[in-house]
Every structure is written in structure tokens, then in C-alpha cells.
Write a protein that binds this ligand. Structure first.
Ligand SMILES: [Zn+2]
Length: 80
């Protein structure tokens, strides 16, 4: 059974870090996914994030009108 630990404590000992807590990966992963589900994956939060992203994109393309073209060119390079 794998566990999360502090890397400093694990690799360099208690003098590097006194945090010797261990938690089962399965347990922490479940808690983290629950928290993400409850606090992030909500329509109001996602809508706010989408609006912010949209505003950032609009602002950037206003500052750099050629940005879209440059991004498309870069993308084309990666798709070759
Ligand atoms: Zn530590």
C-alpha cells in the first residue's frame, strides 16, 4: 500500500524536516477529489473561471492582435 510522505523527512531524515506524517494515497486522493468536486466543479465557479479566461484572452488579443496568428503557427509546427 503506497503512502504520501514528506520527501525531506523521508529522504534526509528528521533533522531536515520533522514532519513524519504518512497517509494512504487512496485516502488522500479520495479527500482531494471530494474537495475538488465540492469546491471547484460547481457551475458558479466554472462560469466565473470561464468569464475570467475569456476576458484575459480578449485583453491579450487587444494588446497583441497578431497573437492568434502566431499561436496558430506554433500549433501547426507541433502538429507536423
Ligand atoms: Zn517536510
Amino acid at each position: 500500500m503506497h503512502r504520501y510522505v514528506c520527501g525531506f523527512n523521508h529522504n534526509r531524515g528528521a533533522s531536515a524536516c520533522s514532519n513524519a506524517h504518512k497517509i494512504k494515497m487512496q485516502t488522500l486522493d479520495a479527500h482531494a477529489l471530494d474537495a475538488i468536486e465540492q469546491k471547484v466543479l460547481r457551475p458558479d465557479v466554472l462560469l466565473k473561471a470561464a468569464r475570467r479566461a475569456s476576458a484575459m484572452i480578449r485583453k491579450r488579443s487587444g494588446e497583441q492582435p497578431d497573437l492568434d496568428a502566431r499561436l496558430r503557427k506554433e500549433l501547426a509546427k507541433t502538429e507536423r
